[in-house]
Design a protein around this ligand. Structure first.
Ligand code: CTP
Ligand code: CA
Length: 227
């Protein structure tokens, strides 16, 4: 007799992770993008699923395979990412690791822009929705725990501490993405973990190790009685 039991779960919670860059259309063949690889967000989704936590990953375009045991929803633009995230609510914990493009082209054309129409094109940009802020500031269905990242090139801890308050999220993982650190799009991360209690400096480690340490913190958070 073979009995198939549900995978052991460390905590009975639902998680949502955003990952990757977004692509913001200019016209049908061109877009604005950034150097995010999606490695950190995908590693977090994999680490959550490995602990038996029901996990949905909303990802912008990446070359990465779908993490095992994760429900993956693929999107391109920031607006699509926000609406896919809203569709997943209610959830218990949201982790926004995507490098969402801050701006999109105001009137992306439905036809390819042509050179011969004369002159150089001017792209008018408008601000994209802030997904982390939108999730953090929901009156209804705000997840119990909202976690963001802060990509900074200077005054990392100071900027990220201010960013946590501005975004209204509970935890921020701040990293230095200056040229030369190899962080953005790279293999490793040096994280400053910022919560209400202050800042904890994590050693330089792989994105998988960052993911495991974050998931440990999430599991401990929800293991406190009453959470
Ligand atoms: N974020 C988001 N939606 C956006 C922009 C950012 O969800 N439109 C999230 C990212 O996933 C990350 C956090 O907000 O978790 C911080 O992103 P970051 O780019 O560092 O901050 P911004 O608020 O965009 O500020 P800036 O880029 O000007 O530093
Ligand atoms: Ca940004």
């Amino acid at each position: 007799i073979v009995s198939i039991s549900k995978q052991h779960s460390d905590i009975n919670k639902k998680a949502l992770v955003t990952s990757g860059p977004t692509h913001e259309p200019i016209d049908p063949v061109r877009y604005i993008a950034n150097r995010s690889s999606g490695r950190q967000g995908h590693a977090i989704a994999a680490a959550l699923a490995a602990r038996g936590i029901e996990t949905t990953l909303v990802s912008g375009p990446t070359d990465l395979p779908d993490p095992k045991g994760v429900n993956v929803i693929r999107v391109e633009s920031a607006e699509q990412m926000l609406s896919a995230c809203n569709d997943q609510l209610p959830i218990d914990v949201a982790i926004c690791a995507a490098a969402v493009a801050d701006w999109r082209v105001k009137d992306a054309g439905s036809q390819k822009m042509k050179k011969e129409t004369g002159g150089l094109p001017t792209l008018e940009l408008v601000e994209n929705p802030d997904i982390l802020h939108a999730i953090s500031s929901r009156k209804k269905q705000r997840p119990d725990l909202v976690v963001g990242f802060a990509a900074e090139t200077e005054n990392v801890v100071k900027n990220a501490t201010a960013k946590r308050l501005r975004k209204g999220c509970d935890w921020i993982l701040a990293n230095d993405v200056s040229i030369g650190t190899g962080t953005f799009g790279g293999e490793k991360n040096a994280i400053h973990f910022i919560t209400d209690d202050g800042c904890e400096d994590w050693p330089h480690m792989t994105k998988q190790a960052v993911a495991e340490r974050l998931v440990d913190s999430i599991v401990s958070h929800f293991s406190v009685p009453g959470k």
